[in-house]
Design a protein around this ligand. Structure first.
Ligand code: CS2
Ligand code: MN
Length: 347
């Protein structure tokens, strides 16, 4: 595996030096953050990120995310120009050595939670989704803008978007995804960049918006849209695992055997009886996922793609971007390293 860590660029309070001090750390996962979705990334920005990573002894060879413009997801006539820009970005990131691009195809909202700083008994805080709180949220009335999202919207714009997606529906979204992949995957293959879609988080429709990268059945359908190794998955254990209909180790076994997982987001999650969930400590005992089994499955199938600890809690008084502090994600990396070493020695 190639152990990696998400870094939000030069404005990230976590330095590359600190990241490089985590044992086994190899790759930096990042993106150009000061360009709007749908626009072309400046070569200069990419080069300066690559150089900064190299100076810290790290490699910038994986991107998360190149955002997909809403017009592509909506299938509007303007999508072609945004797809062209997307392909150009794939070419540009490949020029500086990027080998894998993570992206998602979630309408309007990226990952969604109802609270970002839920305090646990031990004083740590984490991201949670409580169904009771969710019922009370109306994005049109309350506005919604979570850290880590690529875009935010004015109320009127949001209203239009929600209406447009109601027309597109699930089948329309599949069709628009197919159209996108048929144009993007050949470019990715040419550039030797593995495309890795991130599952919808949570993996079910939300606020009436369709969501399709959600279940084993739908992942099968996705991979068949363009049946090519370059059309692959970011397998996010927490995103897919917060719904009990997904058998996480079983899915990992199937898709890693097929060579279609290029990027693993490994994190635990504690599922509650009513469908709510809390982002928990990494240990299997802290949540609902069997972390040892997840890693064992990857190791047994010879997985050599990218792995990152996904979100972490806020611990030891750290403040910063919820889910993206240094301390708990570093603990996550150490835990993954430990499970990996043990699984390998048992092979
Ligand atoms: C999620 C997403 O994995 C994560 O950290 O919180 O923000 C994810 O990065 C995007 O959906 C990938 O496009
Ligand atoms: Mn993830």
């Amino acid at each position: 595996m190639k152990l990696s860590f998400r870094w939000y660029g030069k404005s990230d309070p976590i330095s590359l030096e600190y990241i490089s001090q985590i044992p086994g750390m190899r790759s930096v996962v990042s993106a150009v953050y000061d360009v709007k979705p749908g626009e072309v990334w400046p070569r200069e920005s990419l080069k300066s990120m690559r150089d900064a990573c190299e100076d810290a002894g790290l490699v910038f060879d994986i991107v998360e995310s190149i955002p997909v413009h809403e017009d592509i997801k909506l299938g509007l006539p303007s999508r072609d120009k945004y797809i062209d820009a997307y392909c150009e970005n794939i070419r540009r990131v490949s020029e500086i050595g990027v080998k894998c691009v993570c992206y998602n195809f979630m309408p309007v909202f990226d990952w969604t939670r109802t609270q970002l700083d839920k305090k646990a008994a031990d004083g740590s805080t984490s991201l949670v989704m409580y169904m009771e709180q969710l019922k009370g949220i109306d994005p049109l009335r309350d506005g919604l803008d979570l850290p880590g999202w690529d875009a935010s919207y004015e109320k009127e714009e949001l209203k239009q978007l929600l209406l447009s997606y109601a027309e597109v529906g699930e089948e329309g979204l599949w069709e628009n995804l197919r159209y996108f992949l048929e144009r993007v995957i050949p470019v990715a293959r040419e550039c030797d960049v593995l495309m890795a879609i991130h599952p919808d988080d949570p993996p079910y429709p939300i606020f009436g918006l369709p969501r399709i990268i959600t279940t084993e059945e739908n992942l099968d359908r996705f991979l068949a849209l363009v049946d090519d190794r370059y059309n692959g998955l970011t397998f996010c254990t927490g995103s897919l695992g917060c719904a009990d209909f997904n058998d996480i180790p079983g899915m990992i076994d199937k898709y890693s055997k097929a060579g279609r997982i290029h990027f693993m987001h490994i994190r635990n999650i504690r599922n509650l009886p009513d469908g709510s969930f809390e982002e928990s400590g990494h240990l299997s005992a802290c949540g609902s996922l069997d972390m040892a089994k997840i890693v064992k499955t990857l190791v047994n199938n010879g997985f050599d793609g990218y792995v990152r600890p996904d979100h972490g809690r806020m611990i030891w008084g750290e403040t910063g971007k919820p889910g993206y502090g240094l301390y708990d994600r570093a603990l996550g990396a150490a835990y993954i390293n430990g499970l990996w070493e043990m699984a390998q020695s048992n092979r």
